[in-house]
Design a protein around this ligand. Structure first.
Ligand SMILES: [Zn+2]
Length: 103
């Protein structure tokens, strides 16, 4: 029997609830079994799904055609300043990454 990754429904709820309610669905405490990473700070990546998932930051190219990216752009276009700032930051990091790779 293959085990499915844990805690996906919690992540799903966190992505759809107002921020004030996100605490009702905390990340899982155990290893989710298949980490999916986001950049937590300059040095660290963390898993969306569990508290265990943490690693030194690794550059991950942005998939500009992904649904996630399209959702980000839509939210920014609707005027959300946090998302507008996030998009500027991601675009800047991609440019810097390309310059580093080209050098
Ligand atoms: Zn995980």
């Amino acid at each position: 029997m293959s085990k499915r990754p844990r805690y996906r429904w919690r992540t799903w709820f966190r992505g759809r609830l107002p921020r004030a309610l996100v605490g009702l669905f905390p990340k899982g405490l155990k290893d989710c079994g298949q980490h999916e990473w986001f950049r937590f700070d300059d040095e660290t990546d963390r898993c969306y799904h569990c508290e265990v998932g943490e690693r030194p930051h690794q550059h991950m190219p942005v998939d500009w055609d992904s649904d996630l990216w399209r959702d980000l752009v839509r939210l920014a276009d609707e005027g959300d300043a946090d998302y507008q700032q996030l998009i500027r930051k991601l675009k800047r990091e991609e440019r810097e990454g390309e310059l580093t790779r080209a050098a």
